[in-house]
Design a protein around this ligand. Sequence first.
Ligand SMILES: C[S@@+](CC[C@H](N)C(=O)[O-])C[C@H]1O[C@@H](n2cnc3c(N)ncnc32)[C@H](O)[C@@H]1O
Length: 269
Amino acid sequence: MRYLVNGYFMTCGTSVANLSQGVKDMMEDNKYFDEIALLQVQLLNFFEVHQPASLSISPQELQQTTEEFLRIYPQRPIKINTGGTGLGANYWMFVVLRQIKPNLIIESGVWKGQSSWLLRQARPTAEIHAFDICLNNMLHKEPSIAYHECDWIAENIFNRQPNEGLVFFDDHSNQAKRVREAYDRGFKWLLFDDNVPTDQINRIGRPALPSISMLFDPKLKEGDLIRWELAGQEYCYSFSARDAHGAKELIDYHLVFPTYTCITLVKLY
Ligand SMILES: C[S@@+](CC[C@H](N)C(=O)[O-])C[C@H]1O[C@@H](n2cnc3c(N)ncnc32)[C@H](O)[C@@H]1O
């Protein structure tokens, strides 16, 4: 299969073929090669189209980061992370973190501990605080991460150097409220998992309401009622400006990566 990247075609197999034998040997099997090669091409195309301010990546840099991800990912502590981030989301997170290089990272939503591990692999020397209101599901603990069993707002963690901090929200909580909280604490870079668009909120068991995409949905108006069904159960949500916390005005830009869970990078003013 061929993909258009930066104006020239490359085959899906090109980046895979370029991987060193050492990297291939470390993989438990070849099942990720094609998927990662495709994601790598998607990511290059994505950056080419969006060209976000203060975030760019060359094909060579991406190749290097991808090789490193492929070396690290097979060592993940939780092989099947049901209910949490998987290959696609972890790859995009890894690349973004390697580009932004935050020295202070907050995670909200630990679950079994997989994404906390990934954050540590991406930023080996960063100060990392991982929050969850219930840490009973943890299967892996990183010795160098500070875990907190509470909402992140319960601790006074402020970011003094705006470009150096990043918060990863994967807690199914109101994403607009999270933007406001992060802004008030001096953070500029945010990553959200599960930023689903209005017409796809039935994809997530307990969606974040509103999501970042909903804030930018021109069709969504005050008082609109959204109804959806999941696993035989009916849900409804009424959109209100009160829930939006004025968050849209705090956002410089947001990039929704084409993953199933809509991993989204948000840059605040
Ligand atoms: C989807 S899971 C997180 C998955 C994890 N990030 C991963 O990829 O491996 C969501 C987690 O958010 C936690 N959660 C719910 N409300 C929260 C809150 N207010 N603050 C922090 N964590 C919360 C839940 O307990 C659950 O463990």
